[in-house]
Write a protein that binds this ligand. Structure first.
Ligand code: CO
Length: 174
């Protein structure tokens, strides 16, 4: 396993709409890839990591959902391949961050309850309803696969402030 470098805001691959994954083609390298993504995400205490955040053009992401009752418990891993959000319900504005914009937190509106379809790590199609943090994570990761970042979703009035903050943070990034 390996901790990989995470791409940062400003790198073109984060703005790419990623290529659909053919499960059969990726299956042989999937266990190693997922182990590396998990280790990379855990190393920086992230909740999710999309393939373009490690430089790969694949519609694939992982979510590591922490146990709300026990911060030392192993998070639940969701592997989401070619995900599509089928329905969104409710809306809530909450602070959000991203491993590709480290150090920045900003309020973003997200649906509170979603239904998503995806292929899992075993090649099985899943349809899942998610609420709360998991719903937020699914939306954040699907956005990554479409080349979108959470900073795109902040209130337009706050965008100059976000730009300024990114400019100040950037020299600290690897
Ligand atoms: Co992110």
């Amino acid at each position: 396993m390996a901790v990989l470098r995470i791409t940062k805001y400003g790198e073109p691959i984060l703005r790419q709409k990623l290529k659909p994954v053919k499960y059969k083609d990726i299956a042989p390298r999937l266990p190693q890839l997922l182990a590396d993504m998990e280790e990379t995400c855990l190393a920086v205490r992230g909740v999710g990591l999309a393939a373009n955040q490690i430089g790969l053009d694949l519609r694939l992401a992982i979510i590591l959902l922490p146990d709300p009752k026990d911060e030392n418990a192993k998070p639940t891993r969701y592997v989401i391949i070619n995900p599509v959000i089928l329905a969104k319900r409710g809306e809530k504005v909450e602070e959000e961050g991203c491993l590709s914009v480290p150090g920045l937190w900003a309020d973003v509106a997200r649906a509170t309850d979603i239904t998503v379809r995806y292929t899992d790590e075993n090649g099985e199609e899943q349809v899942k309803r998610a609420r709360g943090l998991l719903a937020k994570a699914f939306q954040h990761e699907v956005d990554h696969l479409d080349g979108k970042l959470f900073v795109d979703l902040v209130d337009p009035k706050l965008k100059p402030e976000v730009k300024k903050a990114i400019k100040q943070l950037r020299p600290k990034w690897d």
